[in-house]
Design a binder for this molecule. Structure first.
Ligand SMILES: Cc1cc2nc3c(=O)[nH]c(=O)nc-3n(C[C@H](O)[C@H](O)[C@H](O)COP(=O)(O)OP(=O)(O)OC[C@H]3O[C@@H](n4cnc5c(N)ncnc54)[C@H](O)[C@@H]3O)c2cc1C
Length: 401
């Protein structure tokens, strides 16, 4: 089989890349180990930066997003029994974020790729990538029917997440990695109850961090800081609701409770691997970097990477290597900014097990500063709503010849 770009992984990065390439007239084969139903139901992120929404609109992918997405003009920071609003629109000249679940983005992308007749294979096994430093790298996989396939490509995009096979296929010594594993995890629930808040509440609490988020006007998403070795079996629904109420409720404000639809525990790490290219293999999204979810950046970074990558691959396939040569550096600039912001939000809001009494006082001093200083609040607001996009990003939805 011959294709221009082999794509490994049908998460947001791989699916959007395949669509952006198709807009440019570039064909791709996209392979995914999981089933379509699994990909569409996997509960993950839900906050889109301004730039991500604009990108999806320009790419013709926002029909449902424009109806179901909920625009938020700020967040609440809660600490020392006070809840303070950070007004993004006022601080950043009108910028906002949009709550639209990653599951919905994935559904939209899969539906569009299949409607456009894309080569998209779910349920593959034994994915392998070869000849990465040649002009024709190869992608091999076993399809769901058991048949073995080989795609001869001009480039391969590794969009296969943190545990994928693409990053490990790069020879040892060609990559440098930075990693920090945090001594806490998030217990997340999806609940069949309307949100108790109009905007996200980030709560600093002596018992640990809590976050009230949402997925729609009818479905709430809530998180609790727990120990990374915590077992979900130790957390019956009543215990989760009691702990959430303890960390989030204030006099005059109580948390609405309802049936828990989904629950799970996710560890937290910061990870960056560079460069994001080896020969004709390009890494994008979680395959190259992970952030703790406190800054709501993981999904946005994945979309940003492939916006840059689609233009870089278009150039590479048409004899202009310049954007491919700068792909890694262009992306890493944003990646490191978001890595810092995610670390900053995380360490400001979580209680480190075994920390001395000084930690909480330093965190509270920082939170009070954000709540009282326009400069500090603006810094949070412009990072949360997303740093300005570069030229490659604006070029991402260019139509091909
Ligand atoms: C449990 C969890 C909760 C999260 N919660 C949040 C959150 O609340 N907020 C936030 O901003 N971010 C969150 N994130 C991060 C965010 O969801 C990710 O940054 C985003 O999914 C990255 O998209 P991606 O396409 O790069 O990777 P992924 O979404 O991980 O997609 C990679 C795809 O590759 C597939 N794959 C892997 N190996 C192979 C292979 N060998 N062959 C073929 N396919 C393969 C996988 O099955 C997967 O579908 C969360 C992540 C996780 C894991």
């Amino acid at each position: 089989m011959r294709t221009q770009v082999g794509i490994v992984g049908a998460g947001p990065a791989g699916l959007l890349l395949s669509h952006l390439l198709a807009l440019r007239g570039i064909d791709s084969v996209l392979v995914e180990t999981r089933s379509r139903a699994y990909c569409e139901a996997r509960q993950r992120a839900g906050v889109l930066e301004d730039g991500s929404v604009a990108l999806l609109r320009r790419a013709g992918l926002a029909d449902r997003l424009d109806i179901k997405g909920i625009e938020h003009g700020g967040i609440y920071l809660q600490f020392a029994s006070e809840r303070r609003h950070i007004d993004f629109r006022e601080l950043t000249g009108g910028r906002s974020v949009t709550v639209y679940a990653q599951t919905e983005i994935v559904k939209d992308l899969i539906a569009r790729r299949l409607a456009d007749g894309a080569a998209l294979e779910f349920g593959v096994t034994d994915t392998e990538v070869f000849d990465l430093d040649s002009e024709h790298p190869r992608l091999r996989y076993t399809a769901a029917d058991g048949s073995r396939h080989e795609a001869i490509c001009d480039a391969i995009a590794g969009c296969d997440g943190f545990h994928g096979i693409c990053r490990p296929a790069i020879p040892a010594g060609a990559l440098t990695s930075w990693e920090r594993v945090y001594p806490y995890a998030w217990l997340g629930i999806l609940a069949d109850v309307p949100p108790s808040t109009d905007e996200l509440i980030y709560a600093h609490h002596p018992d640990g961090f809590a976050l009230h988020s949402l997925r729609s006007q009818a479905i709430s998403r809530l998180y609790l800081q727990v120990s990374p070795d915590e077992e979900i079996g130790n957390w019956p629904d009543d215990r989760i609701w009691a702990e959430l109420a303890g960390r989030l409720e204030l006099p005059g404000w109580s948390l609405k409770q309802g049936p828990v639809l989904d629950k799970g525990i996710t560890g937290m790490r910061s990870f960056v691997s560079a460069p994001m290219r080896y020969g004709r293999l390009f890494l994008a999204g979680d395959a190259a970097h992970i952030v703790p979810p406190t800054g709501a950046k993981g999904l946005n970074l994945a979309l940003a990477d492939v916006a840059v990558l689609s233009a870089a691959l278009d150039g590479l396939l048409h004899g202009d290597e310049s954007l491919a040569a700068s792909y890694s550096a262009t992306c890493l600039n944003r990646v490191w900014r978001c890595t810092h912001f995610s670390w900053w939000m995380t360490t400001m809001l979580h209680r480190t097990p075994g920390a001395d009494k000084m930690e909480a006082q330093l965190q509270l001093a920082q939170l009070r500063y954000i709540a009282s200083s326009r400069a500090a609040a603006t810094s949070l607001a412009e990072n949360y709503t997303g740093i300005a996009a570069g030229p490659a990003w604006h070029d991402a939805t260019k139509r091909g010849p």
